[in-house]
Design a protein around this ligand. Structure first.
Ligand code: ZN
Length: 499
């Protein structure tokens, strides 16, 4: 068989695996948005049946033969075909190198872990949760070993979320970020200026819904190929042709709903910008978690919290909520949009202090994997780090080590992506401003097209051709650096709080 025939057959297999995966995503979305309360057991059975079928498609021996055949004829492949084969190999190995017994054990431990975490959190009882974490660490190390990364299991966990990244690369970036950010946060905390988010009360949900639809449509989300609904925790799922975003509403906190919707829209815009005929291959898939997060954060923070953005949307916001905003001045509104207040809880954190929450988790994960920190010593290590980084000490473990769900099902190496995304977003923002100095003036006129087309071209269209660091280099001509995020935070928040 010639190369092109083999490559076409591989595409047929990849398309089927992708379709099955997209059905799973749809089931998951439906579960969060529509599922009647007593239908959970049936949905779990549907998930399990589909997962088996998807796994069979991903680990089909014929797929393995096709990949191997193409690898032996590598020099006859185009560069794009090489990208497709490289990623097909990675996914195939992941689907086939883990013994079935291990996969079962990990799935069981995942659901056991979630319940143990929820229980422990209810009672602020870390000791009952510690054995679960120890087990999860052991499983993560075994998984790394099965895939040939026994020597550096934490690097494997990071690379799973952000291809090409390692603990050493992240440590260097985070150390530089930390040394600039900790003193800046101290200064901000000392500022007598406080945002008045409590001024925003009684915003009717229907009008919030209309307003966020107008905003997300204006920045470019295509509602012919996606939708937004309500769920407990906002998320974005689906692929290019059908993006499902969710948000939540609170009459007394309209900015939370608005900005989390813009965040999810950033994820949705990335997915909608991926090559539409290649969603089943690496050419039409997102480059990684950090890159995905850079797209959501860029829209949510750099763009949607800018003066230019609000010069356009403030009159519309006031028209929609005239009574509610009657006694709120423009300055008060802009300060509420850019509220900063250190908190112990990551999910409640503002964009200035958020990154320190991530640095904290990364440093602890690294030590756990290196064996220099024992699980039983985590609460104290957490509290000490919280004091050193945020200037706040948790009064109990719910405000500390028990606050996040991630580790309960073994999602290590995931947290750093959030901060990598923030760094990348800021770097992209300054590159955009260099190329387009009048960008914010265009925002003020309601024109958001340039930024989206630039992202489409430099980031979205690349798929997985480049990894996180490669994409940053490609888009900005420089290595990924925290200096842009530090500059952005100081330029945006300094004038508001350190006058
Ligand atoms: Zn996100």
């Amino acid at each position: 068989m010639n190369t092109n025939a083999v490559f076409s057959e591989l595409n047929i297999h990849l398309r089927r695996a992708h379709l099955l995966d997209s059905i799973g995503q749809l089931l998951g979305w439906d579960e969060q948005v529509n599922l009647p309360p007593d239908s959970a057991a049936q949905r779990a059975a549907q998930h399990a049946a589909l997962a088996e079928t998807t796994h069979a498609a991903l680990s089909d021996p014929r797929m393995g033969e096709l990949i191997t055949a193409l690898e032996t004829q590598r020099e006859t492949l185009t560069l794009d075909q090489q990208v497709v084969v490289r990623w097909a190999r990675r996914d195939y190995d992941r689907a086939t190198k883990l013994p079935a017994e291990f996969v079962r054990e990990k799935a069981q431990q995942g659901s056991r872990g979630y319940h143990a975490w929820a229980e422990a959190k209810k009672k602020a009882d870390f000791a009952s949760y510690a054995p679960v974490l120890e087990k999860n660490l052991e499983l993560a190390k075994r998984e790394a070993a099965y895939l040939g990364h026994a020597a550096f299991p934490y690097d494997y966990m990071i690379d799973r979320h952000d291809p090409g990244m390692s603990a050493a690369v992240i440590e260097k970036l985070f150390d530089e970020l930390k040394s600039g950010l900790v003193p800046f946060v101290r200064e901000m905390v000392g500022s007598p200026i406080k945002a008045r988010t409590d001024l925003m009360r009684g915003f009717p949900v229907e009008r919030q819904r209309d307003f966020l639809r107008e905003v997300t449509e204006k920045i470019g989300f295509n509602y012919q190929r996606g939708r937004i609904d309500v769920s407990l925790h906002p998320f974005c799922s689906g692929t290019g042709a059908d993006i499902r975003m969710t948000t939540r509403f609170d009459a007394d906190n309209p900015l939370d709903s608005l900005f989390s919707s813009i965040h999810e829209t950033g994820h949705g815009l990335y997915e909608q910008g991926l090559a539409s005929d290649q969603h089943h291959t690496a050419l039409g898939q997102a480059a990684g978690m950090g890159v995905h997060e850079s797209q959501s954060r860029l829209w949510e923070n750099q763009a949607a919290r800018s003066r230019g953005f609000w010069r356009f949307f403030e009159p519309k916001f006031r028209a929609a909520f005239s009574e509610q905003l009657e006694s709120v001045s423009s300055d008060e509104l802009y300060l509420a949009i850019n509220a900063v207040e250190p908190t112990l809880i990551r999910v409640d954190a503002d964009e200035v202090t958020y990154n320190l929450h991530i640095v904290l988790r990364f440093e602890l994960e690294k030590k756990l994997f290196a064996g220099t920190l024992a699980v039983r010593d985590l609460p104290k290590a957490w509290n000490d780090a919280s004091q050193a980084l945020l200037g706040l000490t948790p009064s109990n473990d719910c405000e500390g080590v028990l606050q996040d769900v991630h580790w309960s099902d073994g999602a290590f190496g995931y947290f750093p992506s959030y901060c990598v995304g923030n760094m990348m977003a800021a770097q992209l923002w300054y590159r955009a401003l260099t190329l387009r100095p009048k960008l914010e003036e265009e925002f003020a006129r309601g024109d958001f097209t340039w930024l989206l087309s630039w992202l489409r071209e430099t980031i979205h269209a690349q798929g997985k051709r480049l990894d996180t660091l490669g994409l940053v280099r490609h888009a900005t001509g420089e290595e990924l650096s925290p200096k842009w995020l530090l500059r952005y935070l100081k330029e945006r928040y300094g004038p508001l709080y350190l006058r």
